[in-house]
Design a protein. Sequence first.
Length: 189
Amino acid sequence: MKQETRKEEIIRVAAKLFKEKGYSAVTMRDLAKVMGIKAASLYNHINSKQDILDTIIISLAEEFSEGMRMIQSSKENCIGKLKQIIQLHVKISSQNIYGMASLNNDWMHLKEQRNYYKKLRVDYEDDFRVILKDGIASGEIVNTNPEVMMFSILTTLRSLYIWIPKKEDLNLEELSNTLNQILIKGINK
C-alpha cells in the first residue's frame, strides 16, 4: 500500500472535520490542531481551505464520471449497467465516507470549480437517465417515469456514506447485491 503524503493526510483529516462540523465551521486552526501542527505549517502543503474542498469534491466527482463512462461503454444490458452503477457507488462511498459528505453537503461552497462540478453532475445524471430510458425502450424495466426512478435510486446511493460507517461487519459485495435486489427488482415477494 502506498504511503500517504502529508497533503493527502491533510485532505483526509479535513474531510473528516468537514463531515463532523460542516465546511463553513472548520477553520485552518481547527485542522492544524487536530493534526498536531501549527496552522502556518499547513500552507507548506496546501494553499487554502477552499483548495482542500475543491480537491475532495472534484476528485470524487471525476471518479464517478469515469466510472459512468466505463459503464456506458460496456456491452451490458440496462439491468447490468444499473448493477454496475450500484457497485460503483458502494465502492466509492465505502472508501470515501468523509469525502462523500462534502460531495453531498458542501458542493455549494465551491467557487471556481462549481460550474465544472455541476457539469460533471449533470452529465452523470444524463447518462443515468439514458440507461433508464434505454431499459424502458428495450422492455427490460417497467415503463414509468425515469426521473422518479433515477431520483429514488440516486437518493439511496448518495446517502450510503451515512449508513455504511454504522455497520461493523459490512460485506460490500453483499451490500451491492442487496441494493441490486431492492433498487432494481423491488421488494415484491
